[in-house]
Ligand binder design. Structure first.
Ligand code: NCD
Length: 256
């Protein structure tokens, strides 16, 4: 059930399901479903429960996947809930990091860009913290990591460093994980215009540095195309890894 746009998440899950010998039904945007007639998400989910072995949901409201999981008996996978979480992206991010470095512990990683509205970095920060990576949260002041997440990390005794200056830490980094500024989540577009070009990763900035560049995609202007054909580019590898990682997720969740 995709209530928000998606390319990688939806298509990699569909590919994963088909490679496992399964099938997919569903919709993108509620226009073609009875939601448009006023059916509740709860009722729609009950129908999906009858017709399928697992439900994958992306929705603009935080908490909707959890809400659905409380009312159906099939596994529910959160494919992104508004500005909340994106846990399956985190699994493919971790898998990509492990493939590159053979470990996660003690790696220096900068999460850069829209840390406020970007759900991928919310989920990733918990996981990286648990596996012992050294995290730098780099954003404009307006887009800092939300207090609830910082509070959770502290509770788990996970440390992090916050700054808005990438150059301050770039020489120590193993990984730059940059995100898109989430234009569609800004209540005030003037605010977006002011900070949309806060960071740019280009060849000049990272040349001769021993690091990789990751991005959940889609990118807008934050990664220059001059990196695409270099050893630094791991963002396409991440997207590629979406299929095997999501095959593993589906295989584990659907017990039949
Ligand atoms: C992200 C998302 O939807 O949160 N995309 C993805 O699933 N790979 C990132 C984004 O939209 O910026």
């Amino acid at each position: 059930m995709f209530f928000e746009a998606s390319t990688r998440t939806r298509l990699s899950f569909e590919t994963a399901m088909k490679r496992l010998g399964g099938n997919c039904i569903g919709f993108t945007g509620s226009d073609g479903s009875s939601i448009i007639k006023g059916e509740t998400i709860a009722d729609t989910s009950k129908m999906f429960e009858s017709y399928s072995d697992a439900i994958l949901i992306r929705h603009p409201l935080e908490g909707v996947a959890k809400f659905i999981s409380d009312i159906v008996d099939v596994p529910v996978i959160n494919a992104g809930d508004g500005t909340g979480q994106h846990p399956t992206q985190t699994l493919l991010d971790l898998y990509t990091i492990k493939e590159e470095f053979g470990k996660i512990k003690n790696l220096n990683i900068a999460l850069i860009g829209d840390l406020k509205y970007g759900r991928t970095v919310h989920s990733l920060s918990y996981a990286l913290g648990i596996f012992g990576a050294k995290m730098h949260f780099i954003s404009p002041n307006e887009l800092k990591m939300p207090d609830e997440i910082l509070h959770d990390l502290k509770k788990k005794k996970i440390s992090y460093h916050e700054t808005n200056n990438l150059k301050e830490v770039i020489d120590d980094l193993d990984i730059i994980y940059i995100t898109r500024i989430q234009k569609e989540r800004f209540p005030d577009l003037e605010e977006y215009e002011k900070i949309k070009d806060s960071y740019l990763i280009d060849r000049n900035l990272i040349e001769n540095k021993n690091l990789i560049v990751m991005h959940p995609l889609p990118r807008t202007d934050e990664i220059n195309h001059d990196i695409d054909n270099t050893k630094y580019n791991k963002y396409f590898k991440q997207a590629f890894n979406g299929v095997p990682v999501r095959m593993a997720i589906l295989k584990n969740l659907i017990k039949r």
